[in-house]
Design a protein around this ligand. Structure first.
Ligand code: SF4
Ligand code: SF4
Length: 151
């Protein structure tokens, strides 16, 4: 009798399991196909103070290097020096290595002009990690640092 009872119990258990499995065939899916089938762009669902990739607005950058000094893991590389042709200080490189960045925000805090700030961009999938080094001064350009008005 217990032998038969075990068989019945096994069939019952399998049936219960399959009931749950089959019930999912008739339910609305809980998952959303990202990124092409989201009802609204994911960027529009992010909180206001979301920290995405850093961006640098070079035309208001004073070249003070405070952001570079504040970064605890050396993500920011600024090259600046006196240009003999122009006779003044210029920036020749401003790069941020997003592959190292931990989005702590320490670089944005000391910036006197808000030139370095977070964006709402977050999609960084890449086959080549080197593409995550964002260069803000390209083609050998020389940028004269911004001088904020005295007021
Ligand atoms: S957010 Fe933090 S880790 Fe990223 S560059 Fe700024 S200071 Fe460095
Ligand atoms: S981004 Fe801001 S903190 Fe960094 S060098 Fe430019 S002005 Fe200075």
């Amino acid at each position: 009798m217990s032998y038969l009872g075990n068989i019945v119990s096994s069939v019952q258990t399998v049936f219960e399991g399959l009931t749950i499995t089959f019930s999912h065939l008739f339910r609305e899916p809980m998952t959303i196909q990202y990124p092409d089938r989201t009802p609204i762009p994911v960027k529009d669902t992010l909180p206001l103070r979301y920290r995405g990739f850093l961006d640098v607005q070079t035309d208001i950058c004073t070249g003070c290097t405070l952001c570079q000094k504040a970064c605890p893991i050396d993500c920011i590389l600024i090259e600046a020096g006196k240009d003999p042709e122009l006779g003044q200080r210029v920036m020749t490189r401003f790069a941020v290595d997003l592959s190292k960045c931990m989005y702590c925000g320490l670089c944005t805090e000391p910036c006197p002009t808000g030139a370095i700030r977070f964006t709402r961009e977050f999609e960084a999938a890449t086959y080549d990690v080197k593409t995550l080094v964002r260069e803000y001064i390209l083609n050998g350009e020389k940028i004269v640092p911004y001088k904020a008005p005295k007021k």
